[in-house]
Design a protein around this ligand. Structure first.
Ligand SMILES: *Cc1c(COP(=O)(O)O)cnc(C)c1O
Length: 382
């Protein structure tokens, strides 16, 4: 770290790595579009050789995300799925992985289709139940993959306890930290070995760039992932690195507002006659509130809810005006998603049924608009 003394997350968001190494004193990290870098002489290097391996703009972004996650090494990928794929490339044929059953649909698709083809076995388990998690571990289990809160039903897994279980059985603990962002949750400091992100969501924050991250704190793991990274080549471009850096500058402010709006909306939805259930980890009556408060400093902006019929769901999707009916999350704009037909459309029906992902479940990524406007928009759509 380039700071003279340790600084807090809000400052890291704005000032990044704290390194001031631009010869012109640029306050904003320049976009280095060079694909390759000239060497002063044989055996000498500027630190850069070829932009697939490293690039100054991307390096600044990686250092910023590593600092926010309290890790030592971050890698920026072209998408979140590229990051998840790189992590899965750590494991060989015959490896078994225990994963949260209620994960991002794309991750599920990765291991159901490509993973199987490469001889990986992944068991989908309700990891919020630690007994079930431990019971699913076998001698050939190499890793536990968590998404907490889960997607879309917001189940919370105790990361510290999951890490104890993983360690006891010699497994790596991987946490997809997309939903809360490092501003509200830092799994590496709770015992996780690898954090993955879809940087497309809160880190980018403006629905204008795709990105993904891995973050670790252990040197050997960092080396393995860097090798996969330079070999497979799904690196983030310099311009996209700039966009994510720019997004992160306001991460703290945005997360606070997302959370404030999400709580107000969740409480409003709870009282709505056409809503039977609301899933938001910040609701005071949640049974897992103590676990959440022990591992997160905030609750984020993701709210799911169940309506009285699929007709109501279809009407909402059609009649929202400010809120847009679209996939994705974590941007400043509020988005309403229908997991059954969108993010989780390819999850096997049997698993969806078990998870409660049916045609009455809606997921709302609460943006940073005026919350009263959002409530009025939902009210007229209902
Ligand atoms: C979106 C998402 C991903 C995949 O990220 P992309 O950037 O879309 O490839 C992975 N995990 C979670 C939790 C996500 O929401």
């Amino acid at each position: 770290m380039a700071y003279e003394k340790e600084v807090r997350p809000e400052t890291i968001c704005v000032q990044g790595s704290g390194e001031k190494n631009d010869r012109y004193g640029a306050v904003s990290m320049p976009v280095y579009l060079s694909a390759t870098y000239a060497h002063p002489a044989l055996g000498e290097s500027t630190g850069y050789a070829y932009s697939r391996v490293n690039n100054p703009t991307r390096d600044e972004l990686q250092k910023t995300v590593a600092a926010l996650e309290k890790g030592t090494d971050a890698l920026a990928f072209s998408t979140g799925m590229a990051a998840v794929t790189a992590v899965f490339e750590l494991f060989g044929t015959g490896a078994h992985i225990v994963a949260t059953d209620d994960v991002y649909g794309g991750s599920e698709r990765l291991w159901e289709h490509l993973g199987k083809r490469f001889g990986l076995q992944v068991d989908s388990v309700d990891t919020s139940d630690l007994n079930k998690l431990e019971a699913s571990i076998r001698p050939e289990t190499k890793a536990v993959f968590l998404e907490t809160p889960s997607n879309p039903t917001m189940k919370v897994t105790d990361i510290r306890k999951a890490s104890e279980i993983a360690k006891k059985h010699g497994c790596l603990l991987i946490v997809d930290n997309t939903f809360l962002s490092p501003y509200f949750q830092q799994p590496l400091s709770l015992g996780a070995d690898i954090v993955v992100h879809s940087g497309t969501k809160y880190l980018g924050g403006h629905n204008d760039v795709l990105a993904g991250f891995t973050v670790v704190k252990e040197e050997k793991l960092a080396e393995k992932l860097r090798f996969i990274y330079k070999t497979t080549g799904s690196c983030l471009s310099p311009t996209d690195s700039f966009l994510v850096l720019r997004g992160i500058k306001t991460l703290a402010l945005r997360m606070e507002r997302h959370q404030e709006n999400a709580l107000a909306l969740a409480l409003w939805l709870q009282k709505h006659p056409k809503v039977s259930e609301v899933y938001y980890i910040g609701l005071p009556d949640r049974p897992d509130k103590a676990i959440t408060d022990s591992q997160c400093s905030g609750y984020g902006g993701m709210v799911s809810f169940r309506v009285d019929s699929s007709d109501t769901a279809v009407k909402l999707l059609k009649d929202v005006k400010l809120i847009r009916f679209a996939e994705s999350l974590g941007g400043v704009e509020s988005l309403l998603t229908y997991p059954y037909k969108q993010t989780h459309a390819e999850v096997p029906e049997e698993l969806r049924k078990k998870l409660g992902i049916d045609d009455t479940l809606m997921r709302l990524s609460v943006g940073i608009e005026n919350v009263q406007d959002l409530i009025e928009d939902l009210e007229q759509a209902f």
